[in-house]
Write a protein that binds this ligand. Structure first.
Ligand code: 4AZ
Length: 255
């Protein structure tokens, strides 16, 4: 989380999360590489045996070489390990441009009841307002605190509040950012607030009335750390029917 950039190499914005039950739906994706599982991406538990993540977190991966871990705000202390039954990559996902960067993972077993607290999905156009410029959304993840290969993933879950940004506030060409994406970023003092490597696939949230709604998925960004290169997020609301067609449900929040 945070400074995917050059302005300040130390985290200032973004807070550590102490309670594991604050975001019980936060999940992580690990790849079997060599002879160990390595953390790669975030994911979000959406109900039954399903998790939502970014498609780019899964491409070229066999399902037997991926596991999901969840149940703690500490990366290395996740009590729940889940094997993958099936991977559903969005049929229109384009790896080169990250268009439709969304995928669903189905796990082999039920989530233990004490961890079975799915996020809500956005499902009505009433909720479209949270994508309006200037709106605040919250991103959580175990991603790096600086955009360097050698930087480590954080041990403890972090959260940061970001502002939905307009295309005019970014240097991105309009062909790069589709209607199914939105931009979010922030600044605190000298530090650019942003998601970073390892946050990909994880949740961008909005608290509606009494529960967390998954409004976005961390997708991409030009990590040069310039103020005009905010993080880009998949607009989950636009995939309501696809999610429903895969999972057979969509735990929506109709408020
Ligand atoms: C990444 O490489 C990544 N600042 C995640 C988020 C952003 C850029 C890159 C957005 O996983």
């Amino acid at each position: 989380m945070e400074a995917c950039g050059k302005i300040l190499k130390k985290i200032i914005g973004g807070e550590k999360v102490n309670l594991s039950d604050k975001y019980p739906f936060m999940a992580t994706i690990w790849y079997y590489e060599g002879n160990d599982f390595n953390f790669k991406c975030g994911a979000t538990f959406i109900g039954r045996r399903y998790f939502l993540t970014a498609a780019h977190c899964l491409k070229n991966r066999e399902q037997k070489k991926i596991i999901i871990k969840m149940g703690s705000c500490y990366l290395k202390k996740m009590p729940v390990l889940l094997e993958i039954e099936r991977i559903f990559i969005h049929p229109d996902f384009v790896p080169s441009s990250l268009k439709n960067d969304i995928a669903i993972l189905q796990v082999k077993e039920d989530i233990p009841p004490q961890y079975n607290f799915p996020v809500r999905l956005p499902c009505t156009h009433i909720q479209n307002y949270c994508y309006n410029i200037g709106h605040t959304v919250r991103v959580i993840g175990f991603g790096k605190e600086e955009d360097r290969d050698r930087a480590k993933f954080v041990e403890q879950l972090k959260e940061v509040d970001l502002r939905v940004k307009s295309m005019e506030e970014s240097k991105y060409h309009k062909s790069m950012v589709t209607n199914d994406m939105f931009l979010a970023g922030g600044i605190k003092g000298n530090t650019i607030l942003d998601s970073c490597t390892g946050d990909s696939g994880g949740p961008c949230l909005k608290f509606f009335h009494d529960c967390w709604v998954l409004v976005g998925i961390v997708s991409w960004g030009d990590s040069s750390g310039k103020k005009d290169a905010p993080g880009v997020y998949t607009k989950v609301l636009n995939y309501y029917y696809w999610i429903r067609s895969v999972c057979g449900f969509s735990h929506c929040n109709t408020h």
